[in-house]
Design a binder for this molecule. Structure first.
Ligand code: PGA
Length: 678
C-alpha cells in the first residue's frame, strides 16, 4: 500500500507536468555533464515514460497485477533510485530531487530516508509477492493494464498540449508575484563570511573582517561563502530587463494597477511558432486597449531576431532568468496576464484566447477574470475518468469471479452427485430399439446405416442396440459397427431346430451376426400366447447360442388398477428366468414395459417406473444377491421418447429404455440416446 500510494502520487504529479519533469531530468544530466548528449525530444520522452512507468507500477502493485514481475520491477526501480539519492545526499549536485514534481519538496536527505523506507517495502513485496491480494482476476487484468497506461499517457499529452491541471508553482493563477518575493518579518537571513587573503614579507595569510590586519599587509584575494542558510522566498529570481533600454522594469510591471500581458519563452529558438497569428492578434488587441505587452525571454539577440523575422513580432523583448521563465509557465511560448502583480490567467500557446473573443475591454471579458481554481472539480474529473471506471471494472470482475466460483462449486456438486450416481449405476446403460413389424428390407438397412453413421460421428454415452425383424438381421449386421451399435432379434423359437415351419431358431439368429434377442415382449405374450413355460425354453436356447436376452415383463392396465403390478411382474420373471444360474444371469437385461404404456402414448411417470424398477431390482437381489442385482441392467419401455427420456433416465434404477415407435427414425432415436449426455 505504501509503495502503491507513493508510486501513484509521484507518477501522477510528474505525468501531468511533463515539461517540469523534463527540466528536472535535464538538471540531472547537467550535473552528470551529459546534457549535450541528450536531445530535448529524448529527455521529454524519458520524462513522459518515466512518470507513466512509476504511475503504472503503483496501480499494478495496488491491484496485485502480475505480482511477481511487478514486484521485481519495483525493486529494481527502487534500487536505482536509492543509489541515485545516495549520490544526491552525498554530493548535493541538485538541491531538490524532484521525485514529487513541484507538489512536495524534499531535501536530499529526506529523499534518501524516504527511498530507504520504500526500498524495504520493495524488498518485502519481492520476497513475498503472492501474499498481495488480487483485486482483479488474471483473465481481466489486461483491461486494467491497458486502461492505466492509456490514461496516464493521455493525461501527459493533454497536460503538454494545454497546461498542467494542477499548478504547484509560485506563479500559479491567483498568486501575487510581489508577495512571493517578500521576506516575512523576522525571517532568518542567510549568513555570509568573507575571507581575505593578504601577504606580508612573502608570507600569505587568511583574515576575516574581525581580525583584518593593518595596512602593512598587501591584499591578494577575497572569497565570500554562505555559512548559514536563511529563508528563501518562493520567488527569488524574478526580474525583467528591457533589452532596448537596458532598464529594469520589474517594479513597473509588478506594480501596474492595470493589466499586463507577458509572453513567456525561455528560448525563442525552441519556441513553437504554429500559433503566432493568435499571439499577434492578442498583441494588436493589447495595443488598442493600451495594455502593456512584453515578451520575456532568456534568448540571445539572434534568436530574438529570428523570432521577429518569423512571426513579425512588434512587441518589446525583455530578459528574464531562464529557470524563472520555465517555472512561470509550462509552455514555450506561453502567455500570462498580470494585474497589480497577480497572475490573473495563463494560457498555453495551443489554447490562447482567439481574436473574435477579444471584442470588449479586458475588464468585461472572461479572460480578464481569474478563473475559479476548482480543485474538487479537478479531483472529481480524475475520479470520473480513472478511479470510477477502474472501480466498476473491479466490481464487475469480482461479480464475475464470484459467479464463476459459484458455478464451479455447483458443477463440482453436480459432478459429485453424478459420480455417486455412477457408482450406484456401474451397470451398463442401454438404449435399445425395437422395430417390431415395420420397415421393408431396404428401408431397414437404410435406417440402420443412418443410425450407425450418426453414432459414429457423435459417440453415445450408453450402449445402443437395434432389434429388427428376422429378415433384416443379416443385411443390417453388414452395415453396423458392432463397437457402436449392437444388433438383436425380436424373438426366437423355443425349439432348437427341426420341423417347425415358419420358426427361426436362436442359432440362426446368432449366425446373422446378431448379439441380442428380445424375449417375452407383451405383444408376443398377448397375440402369440407365449407363456412363461415357452419363454423359459427360449431364454435357455438363446443363452446357449451366445445371445444376450432382453427379457420383458409388465402388467396390463386392469392389473395395475387392481394394484397387482408387483405380483404380476414377479411371477413373469420367476417362472421364466429366475431358474437361471448367476453366471447365466449376467447375460440378462430386463425390460419393464407396462402394457398400458406400450404404443399408447401414455408413459408411466418416472416415479411409477422407478418404483417398479426398484422393486424388480429388489426381487433380483432376493434371488441372486444384492451385488448381482446392482449389476443388472433394467430398462423401461413404453412410449419413451426424447422429450421424457432424460427425466426417466435420471432415476437411479432406470438404466435405459426399450424404444418402439421412436426407434424408427434416426433423429428420434438419437434424441433418446443423447438423454444420457445431459
Ligand atoms: P413404444 O414401444 O416405445 O412404441 O411404446 C415400446 C416397446 O414395445 O418395446
Amino acid at each position: 500500500m505504501v509503495l502503491a500510494v507513493t508510486f501513484i502520487f509521484s507518477g501522477y504529479v510528474k505525468a501531468i507536468d511533463p515539461l517540469g519533469t523534463q527540466y528536472k531530468i535535464q538538471d540531472y544530466l547537467q550535473a552528470l555533464g551529459l546534457q549535450s548528449f541528450v536531445p530535448d525530444w529524448l529527455s521529454l520522452l524519458t520524462s513522459i515514460g518515466l512518470a507513466a512507468l512509476e504511475f503504472c507500477l503503483g496501480v499494478f502493485i495496488l491491484f496485485a497485477i502480475q505480482r511477481r514481475l511487478i514486484s521485481k520491477l519495483i525493486l529494481a526501480f527502487m534500487s536505482i533510485m536509492t543509489l541515485l539519492t545516495l549520490w544526491l545526499a552525498l554530493a548535493n549536485p541538485i538541491k531538490d530531487c524532484g521525485c514529487f514534481g513541484d507538489a512536495v519538496h524534499l531535501t536530499n536527505l529526506q529523499t534518501l530516508l524516504k527511498n530507504i523506507i520504500l526500498l524495504l517495502c520493495a524488498i518485502t513485496t519481492w520476497k513475498w509477492p503472492l501474499r498481495m491480494i488480487r483485486f482483479i482476476s488474471k483473465s481481466n487484468q489486461w483491461i486494467a493494464i491497458n486502461f492505466t497506461i492509456l490514461y496516464i499517457l493521455i493525461s501527459s499529452i493533454y497536460s503538454l498540449y494545454k497546461l498542467p491541471p494542477f499548478d504547484f508553482r509560485p506563479y500559479h493563477i491567483g498568486a501575487n508575484i510581489k508577495k512571493g518575493m517578500e521576506m516575512p518579518a523576522g525571517a532568518k537571513m542567510p549568513r555570509f563570511t568573507t575571507t581575505f587573503t593578504l601577504e606580508k614579507n612573502g608570507k600569505t595569510k587568511d583574515f576575516t573582517l574581525d581580525n583584518y590586519p593593518d595596512s602593512t599587509w598587501k591584499f591578494i584575494n577575497s572569497k565570500t561563502v554562505q555559512t548559514e542558510e536563511g529563508y528563501v522566498p518562493p520567488i527569488h529570481d524574478f526580474s525583467i530587463q528591457d533589452i532596448k533600454s537596458g532598464e529594469d522594469i520589474t517594479q513597473k510591471v509588478l506594480s501596474d494597477k492595470d493589466y499586463t500581458f507577458l509572453l513567456v519563452s525561455p528560448h525563442l529558438d525552441q519556441a513553437d511558432d504554429t500559433n503566432f497569428g493568435d499571439i499577434d492578434q492578442i498583441y494588436e488587441y493589447a495595443q488598442s486597449e493600451h495594455i502593456p505587452f512584453y515578451c520575456l525571454t532568456a534568448s540571445d539577440e539572434s534568436a530574438i531576431q529570428r523570432w521577429i523575422d518569423l512571426t513579425g513580432a512588434e512587441y518589446s523583448f525583455c530578459t528574464t532568468d531562464e529557470t524563472t521563465l520555465k517555472t512561470i509557465i509550462r509552455s514555450n511560448p506561453g502567455l500570462i496576464l498580470l494585474k497589480n502583480g497577480t497572475v490573473i490567467n495563463k494560457w498555453s500557446h495551443n489554447d490562447l484566447p482567439k481574436g473574435k473573443e477579444l471584442n470588449a475591454h479586458i475588464n468585461q471579458l472572461e479572460i480578464g477574470k481569474t478563473p475559479i481554481n476548482n480543485i474538487p472539480g479537478k479531483i472529481l474529473k480524475i475520479i470520473l475518468w480513472f478511479i470510477l471506471p477502474l472501480f466498476i471494472l473491479t466490481l464487475a470482475d469480482r461479480i464475475w469471479a464470484w459467479s464463476q466460483w459459484f458455478r464451479k462449486k455447483k458443477r463440482k456438486r453436480k459432478e459429485n452427485i453424478s459420480t455417486l450416481k455412477k457408482e450406484n449405476k456401474m451397470r451398463k446403460k442401454i438404449v435399445a430399439g425395437n422395430w417390431k413389424m415395420n420397415m421393408n428390407l431396404q428401408d431397414g438397412v437404410a435406417l440402420a446405416k443412418e443410425i450407425n453413421e450418426t453414432l459414429k460421428a457423435d459417440k453415445p454415452n450408453c450402449g445402443v442396440i437395434i432389434c429388427t425383424p428376422f429378415i433384416h438381421l443379416a443385411s443390417v449386421a453388414q452395415v453396423l459397427d458392432s463397437e457402436v451399435v449392437g444388433l438383436g432379434a425380436e424373438n426366437c423359437a423355443d425349439k432348437e431346430k427341426g420341423a417347425y415351419t415358419g420358426e427361426v431358431s436362436a442359432e440362426m439368429v446368432k449366425s446373422t451376426g446378431a448379439q441380442y434377442v428380445i424375449l417375452g415382449h407383451s405383444e408376443r405374450r398377448q397375440y402369440y400366447n407365449e407363456t412363461a413355460e415357452t419363454l423359459k425354453d427360449k431364454t435357455l436356447l438363446a443363452l446357449k447360442n451366445g445371445l444376450k436376452v432382453i427379457f420383458c415383463c409388465g402388467e396390463t392396465l386392469e392389473e395395475r388398477e387392481a394394484n397387482k403390478q408387483n405380483e404380476v411382474v414377479k411371477a413373469e420373471l420367476k417362472d421364466a428366468v429366475f431358474n437361471l444360474t448367476a453366471e447365466e444371469w449376467k447375460n440378462i437385461i430386463l425390460a419393464y414395459e407396462p402394457i398400458w404404456a406400450i404404443g399408447t402414448g401414455k408413459t408411466a411417470t418416472s416415479d411409477q417406473a422407478e418404483e417398479m424398477l426398484a422393486y424388480i431390482r429388489s426381487i433380483v437381489a432376493d434371488k441372486y444377491g444384492k451385488e448381482v442385482a446392482e449389476d443388472t441392467t433394467i430398462l423401461y419401455g413404453g412410449s419413451c421418447k426424447a422429450s421424457n427420456a432424460q427425466e426417466l433416465f435420471s432415476k437411479p434404477d432406470i438404466d435405459g429404455g426399450l424404444i418402439g415407435g421412436a426407434s424408427l427414425k434416426a433423429a428420434d432415436f438419437k434424441g433418446i440416446i443423447d438423454a444420457w449426455k445431459k
